[in-house]
Design a protein. Structure first.
Length: 302
C-alpha cells in the first residue's frame, strides 16, 4: 500500500482538543436530520486500546493520522517491517507484498497489544496475520479468493479479542464492493458478515472503525453532496444507514473526506480531511460521546 506516515502528536491519546465553536450535528440514523452541537472544554479519557488508524486519502495514499509510537514500512523485497515504541522494538511480518498492486490491496494495524496484517497474495486472496507478541509469533487465516481482486484492506482491533476487517474491491466508476469480516477470538478465526452496505453506499472507502459492542462507522472519500460520507451500524456490520453530519458554514467550500475513526471507550473520534481545491488543506476532528448521535467539531490537535 503506498504509504505516507502522517502522525499527529501524542496528545491525541489524551484527546485534549483545541475547540472551535460549531454547529455540527448528525442524523441519528436518518439522512438529513441534524442538531447543533454545544461548545465544550471537556477532554476525553486516554484510549484503552490504542492502535494505528490507517486511512485512504482521495488520491489513494495510505496515511496513519494517529501517533501511538507504532508504524510499518516495506523493504525492497516487499517485506512488512514493524516498529514499536518509536523504533525501540522492531519485528517482521511473515508476508511479502512484492508488487505495488499487492501492497495497495493490503492493510495493517499495529498496537502494543495486537498486530494485524491483511496481506494480499499473488492470486488476489487475503491472508490475515495476527500477532500478540509484537511479531514474534503469528496466527494465519486465509480468506477465500474472489473477483474482482482487492483494491484496499482496512483492518483493526477494538480489544484483544475483537477484530474487524473490510476488504474493498473496485468495480469501476468510483464504486467498490466491500466484504466485512469480524473476529471474536483475537484473530484466530474470521467470520464473514452478511451486509447491506453496498446497497446503501458502495463507493470508495477512506476509513473504518468498530467498537466492541457492534457499533461501527465506515467512511468514504468525497465525491457527492453527501459529505462527510459516513455510514453507521449498530449490529456489527449487518445493516447500515447514512449519517448526515452538519459541518460549520466556514467549511462549506471544502471537500470533506472522513478518515478512520477510533473509539477510546468514551468517545468516537472521527478526523475529516478538508480541501478547498486550491491547495489549502486542513483536518478537523469530530467527536461523539453517544456513538454518533451528536457530534462536536474541534480544530487541529495541539
Amino acid at each position: 500500500m503506498p504509504k505516507r506516515k502522517r502522525n499527529t502528536p501524542r496528545a491525541v491519546l489524551a484527546l485534549a482538543f483545541a475547540l472551535l465553536l460549531v454547529g455540527c450535528g448528525p442524523a441519528p440514523g436518518t439522512e438529513g436530520e441534524t442538531s447543533a452541537a454545544k461548545e465544550t472544554t471537556a477532554s476525553a479519557a486516554e484510549a484503552a486500546f490504542a492502535g494505528t488508524a490507517y486511512s485512504r486519502e482521495m488520491d489513494g495514499t495510505i496515511v496513519n493520522w494517529r501517533d501511538v509510537g507504532c508504524s510499518f514500512s516495506l523493504d525492497a523485497e516487499g517485506n512488512v517491517l514493524l516498529s514499536y515504541e518509536d523504533g525501540k522494538v522492531t519485528g517482521k511480518a511473515p508476508a511479502a507484498l512484492r508488487t505495488s498492486e499487492r501492497a495497495a490491496a493490503s492493510g495493517v494495524f499495529i498496537s502494543d497489544e495486537k498486530t494485524a496484517v491483511a496481506a494480499c497474495g499473488e492470486d488476489g486472496s487475503i491472508s490475515v496475520l495476527v500477532s500478540d507478541d509484537r511479531g514474534v509469533t503469528w496466527n494465519k487465516t486465509a480468506l477465500p479468493a474472489d473477483e474482482p481482486e482487492p483494491s484496499w484492506s482496512c483492518v483493526g482491533f477494538s480489544s484483544a479479542a475483537n477484530g474487524w476487517l473490510v476488504v474493498c474491491r473496485f468495480v469501476g466508476m468510483g464504486q467498490e464492493r466491500h466484504d466485512i469480516y469480524r473476529s471474536a477470538d483475537g484473530g484466530k478465526s474470521w467470520e464473514a458478515v452478511p451486509s447491506d452496505l453496498d446497497d446503501v453506499y458502495g463507493r470508495m472507502l477512506s476509513g473504518a472503525g468498530f467498537s466492541d459492542d457492534g457499533a461501527g462507522f465506515l467512511c468514504f472519500r468525497y465525491e457527492t453532496d453527501f459529505q462527510p460520507a459516513v455510514c453507521a451500524t449498530g449490529d456489527g456490520g449487518k445493516t447500515w444507514r447514512k449519517r448526515t453530519i452538519g459541518m460549520p458554514e466556514r467549511y462549506g467550500a471544502y471537500s470533506k473526506t472522513p478518515l478512520s475513526p477510533v473509539f477510546d471507550g468514551k468517545n468516537v473520534v472521527l478526523p475529516v480531511l478538508l480541501d478547498n481545491g486550491q491547495g489549502k488543506t486542513e483536518t478537523v476532528y469530530l467527536t461523539s460521546a453517544d456513538e454518533g448521535l451528536t457530534w462536536q467539531c474541534r480544530t487541529s490537535l495541539p
